[in-house]
Design a protein around this ligand. Structure first.
Ligand SMILES: [Zn+2]
Ligand SMILES: [Zn+2]
Length: 286
C-alpha cells in the first residue's frame, strides 16, 4: 500500500533531493528508503544523477513503510557553457521520451569516461577505465569513481588529491562534454508530467549577480522551482534566492542532497527547514 501523506503534518518531514548507489550514493534505493523512514522522513524524492533506475525499487520499498516516494532525477545540463543540475520531480517514470533522453545522457557519460581514462593514461597513469566502471557498478560512472580507482592503483593517496591533481576543474581529467541545454531538460521533464527544479544555486561557484541571472534564465526556460534550503546554504543566501524566485514566479524546493552515511552534517531529512508556504513545490506535486 502506498502511503498517502497529510501535507499539513508531513510537510516538515519531506526531502526532495537524495542519491542512491544507482548514481554516486552509498545506499541501495531500498536501504535509502528504509533509512529515510527510520529518520522520520514522510515524503522522499529519489533524485539520482541522470538515471531513474532506482525509482522502481525505492517505490516498492516505500510500500512497506509510512513514506511516500516521489519519482525524481537530477539531470546534468548546460546554462550557456556552465554545467548546472536540474532536479526533476513527480514525472511518469515510464515516459518513453524521458527514457530516451536518459539513454542519451548515459551515452554522453560513457564517452566522457573513455576520454577521461585516455587523458589519464597520457599523464602517466595506468588505464583505469575498467576499474572505474567496476566501482560504478550498475550506477552512472563519474569522476568520483576515477578518483577511487586512482587511490586503489596508488597513483594518489586520497580522492581529494585525485581531484586537485587530475580530475578537478582545469585538470586533464576535466573533460568538457556537450550536455543538453537546461531548456531541453526542462521540456523533457514537462512532457513526462513532471516539474523542473534548479538544484543548489549557491554550489556553482557563482557570484550572486550571476546566480540571479541563472535563476532568471531558468524561469525564462519555463522552469518551475528553485532549491532554497539545503545543507551548506546560509539564511542570507536563502533569503536572496527566495526573493529572486518570487520575482520570476518560481516555486521553492528543499532537500538534503544526501549521498552517504558517516557525516554528521549530512542526513536524510536534514537541511534548514522551510515554513509550509504555498510557494513550496510539494503543493504542486501532490
Ligand atoms: Zn547536484
Ligand atoms: Zn544531488
Amino acid at each position: 500500500m502506498s502511503y498517502k501523506p497529510n501535507l499539513a503534518e508531513d510537510f516538515a518531514f519531506s526531502d526532495l533531493h537524495c542519491h542512491s548507489n544507482c548514481s554516486d550514493g552509498e545506499l541501495s534505493p531500498r536501504q535509502l528508503v528504509e533509512r529515510a523512514a527510520d529518520k522520520g522522513v514522510k515524503i522522499l524524492a529519489l533524485t539520482d544523477h541522470d538515471t531513474i533506475d532506482g525509482v522502481a525499487d525505492a517505490t516498492q520499498a516505500s510500500h512497506d513503510r509510512s513514506l511516500m516516494l516521489i519519482p525524481g532525477v537530477e539531470l546534468t545540463a548546460l546554462w550557456g557553457k556552465r554545467v548546472v543540475h536540474i532536479v526533476g520531480l513527480g514525472f511518469d517514470p515510464d515516459n518513453p521520451e524521458l527514457q530516451m533522453y536518459l539513454c542519451n545522457l548515459k551515452k554522453i557519460r560513457d564517452q566522457r569516461a573513455e576520454l577521461i581514462a585516455a587523458r589519464l593514461v597520457k599523464k602517466g597513469c595506468p588505464d583505469l577505465l575498467g576499474k572505474a566502471k567496476a566501482l560504478a557498478g550498475e550506477g552512472q560512472i563519474g569522476r568520483p569513481h576515477f578518483a577511487q580507482a586512482m587511490v586503489a592503483a596508488r597513483v594518489v593517496d586520497s580522492p581529494a588529491k585525485a581531484f586537485s591533481l587530475y580530475l578537478g576543474a582545469g585538470k586533464p581529467g576535466d573533460i568538457k562534454v556537450e550536455w543538453p541545454d537546461m531548456s531541453d531538460a526542462i521540456a523533457c521533464l514537462h512532457q513526462a508530467g513532471g516539474y523542473a527544479v534548479l538544484a543548489h544555486p549557491t554550489k556553482y561557484k557563482l557570484t550572486f549577480t550571476k546566480i540571479r541571472e541563472m535563476i532568471a534564465a531558468f524561469a525564462e526556460s519555463d522552469g518551475d522551482a528553485v532549491e532554497a534550503r539545503y545543507p551548506g546554504i546560509d539564511p542570507g543566501q536563502t533569503r536572496q534566492i527566495e526573493i529572486a524566485a518570487q520575482r520570476h514566479d518560481l516555486l521553492l524546493s528543499a532537500g538534503s542532497d544526501f549521498h552517504c552515511t558517516g557525516f554528521s552534517w549530512s542526513e536524510l531529512g536534514k537541511y534548514p527547514k522551510m515554513p509550509n508556504s504555498e510557494m513550496h513545490i510539494l503543493h504542486r506535486i501532490l
